[in-house]
Design a binder for this molecule. Structure first.
Ligand SMILES: Nc1ncnc2c1ncn2[C@@H]1O[C@H](COP(=O)(O)OP(=O)(O)OP(=O)(O)O)[C@@H](O)[C@H]1O
Ligand SMILES: [Mg+2]
Length: 459
């Protein structure tokens, strides 16, 4: 803005420019006597006064235009002209400034909306994302990233990201991306707070983002995927191993029957008996594997029937007589009317059968097994059926309990195999319970016994 003195100087200069030529002409006419001194003097005064007025109005208009432009540039409201402008074009310029300011404001609002949309998308991404500056300082971290770094509530990029960024594999990928300007990838193993396997993608931003972000680091947690891959590989290895053992024994006995035992009827009978047992074991293993894969295939579809669990438990208890006799064990049933729904009767029969067989086979010789069935509510209050199978056998050490439902997991492999077990029984139980949207819990105390509890939705 102009000060008082410069403003007066500008006024004087403008007045002189406007009045300079007419005043000089008048003075010349007065000097040559063409115009009388009195009249000439009055005309000179009038010329100077009107020039000063025009210059003042003109400067005032320009001053107002200048303050309009200043207001528009600073994003404020544009004031309208306080006096009628000297020229129509001044009003046109003033209108132009107002229109310009309005579109400037609209564009600003649009940019702000786009910025917020960007931030919301990044925040809602399911995968963790970090935005880094050229100095590799984290500028932003979305919710998933904050959760991964153990700071879900922090609003800004957490300082914990620094530890992640120092990971040698990630640091190398960042170096590569910064020098080449091309995206880079790295696989990381993060030991804290829980062991995780993470795939990182580093994407350079050229030109940089509005907040100065030069690099995006996109992380995806591959822990579960890798665990599944390992489980699948383990499963194939275990299944082939389980099948190979009885197969090797069958091949061995066939050789023996053809050779050394060809003329020994007593040995032949003995070997054929073992071969029958081994074939039976292979058949059971294949049946269980097929059963397990069938259950897994339908695990995401809820069953549709209604099952009277009390009646089912009585039938399964009666069917245990032969195996109870071999272990000289006792089975006690305590059942109240209870309905599981939606449920599959065949599958629930399999759950009770597997748990009873385990309690009898892995329990104590001369032991005591107790099966109870009663209406029961889940911890979240849903009504249903509670089934429990308790034995007074040797129990299972604490560290084995979480792994009992894994396929082929047996605490004592040799013993379970000798008892004819395939190690798939509890895996089948777990999948059936999952399909029924129920729960399975295992409690065990070494030397005291084991209790399996199953809860199923129903009424
Ligand atoms: N009631 C129990 N008491 C002690 N250990 C048990 C009990 N039930 C299961 N286990 C342990 O859990 C392991 C896994 O049980 P699971 O039923 O899956 O296999 P299995 O009984 O060995 O073979 P099968 O596939 O024929 O049932 C068993 O080998 C045993 O070590
Ligand atoms: Mg079993």
């Amino acid at each position: 803005m102009l000060g008082e003195r410069p403003r007066a100087a500008a006024w004087l200069r403008s007045s002189l420019i406007v009045a300079g030529l007419p005043a000089a002409t008048l003075l010349l006419l007065m000097a040559t006597g063409a115009v009388g001194t009195g009249a000439g003097f009055v005309a000179l005064l009038v010329t100077l006064a009107s020039a000063a007025t025009v210059a003042r109005l003109w400067l005032g208009n320009l001053g107002e235009l200048a303050s309009q432009i200043r207001a528009a540039a600073s994003g404020g409201a544009v004031p309208s002209l306080s006096v009628a402008p000297l020229l129509a074009s001044v009003q046109e310029v003033a209108d132009g400034v107002t229109r310009l300011a309005r579109s400037y404001e609209e564009r600003g609002a649009l940019v702000e909306r786009l910025r917020r949309a960007d931030a919301a998308i990044i925040e809602a991404l399911p995968d963790p994302l970090l935005v880094l500056s050229a100095e590799r300082v984290p500028l932003r971290a979305n919710r998933a990233a904050r959760e991964m770094l153990g700071r879900p509530q922090a609003a800004a990029a957490p300082a914990d990201a620094a530890a992640l960024l120092r990971h040698p594999a990630l640091a190398e990928a960042l170096d590569g991306a910064f020098t080449s300007g091309e995206p880079a990838a790295a696989n990381l193993v993060l030991p804290v707070p829980v062991m995780r396997e993470v795939a990182a993608q580093v994407i350079p931003m050229d030109p940089p983002l509005a907040d100065g972000g030069r690099m995006l680091v996109l992380l995806s947690d591959r822990t579960q995927e890798r665990a599944l891959e390992r489980m699948r590989a383990d499963f194939v290895a275990n299944a082939s191993h389980e099948l190979r053992t009885p197969l090797a024994s069958l091949i061995g006995f066939i050789e023996t029957l053809r050779g050394p035992a060809a003329d020994d009827p007593a040995a032949q009978q003995r070997f054929l008996q073992i071969m029958a047992e081994q074939s039976d074991r292979m058949r059971r293993l294949i049946d269980d594997l097929l059963g397990l894969s069938r259950i897994e295939l339908t695990e995401h579809q809820a069953p549709s029937g209604r099952v009277d669990v009390e009646t089912l438990a009585r039938a399964e208890t009666d069917a245990m007589a032969p195996i109870l006799a071999t272990r000289k064990a006792q089975l006690e049933l305590e059942a109240a009317p209870a309905i599981a729904e939606p449920a599959d009767a065949d599958q629930l029969g399999q759950v009770i059968r597997n748990l009873l067989e385990n309690a009898i086979r892995h329990g104590r010789e001369n032991g005591h097994v107790r099966l109870t069935v009663a209406p029961g509510t889940a911890p979240d209050g849903r009504p249903g059926v509670a089934v429990s199978v308790a034995d007074d056998g040797p129990g299972v050490a604490r560290e084995h309990i979480p792994r009992l439902t894994e396929r082929f997991y047996r605490v004592d492999k040799g013993r379970s195999r000798r008892a004819g077990g395939t190690g798939l029984g509890l895996a089948i139980v777990k999948h059936i319970v999952n399909r029924h949207r129920g729960t399975l819990t295992i409690e065990s105390e070494e030397g005291v016994g084991t209790t399996f509890r199953v809860w199923l939705p129903g009424g």
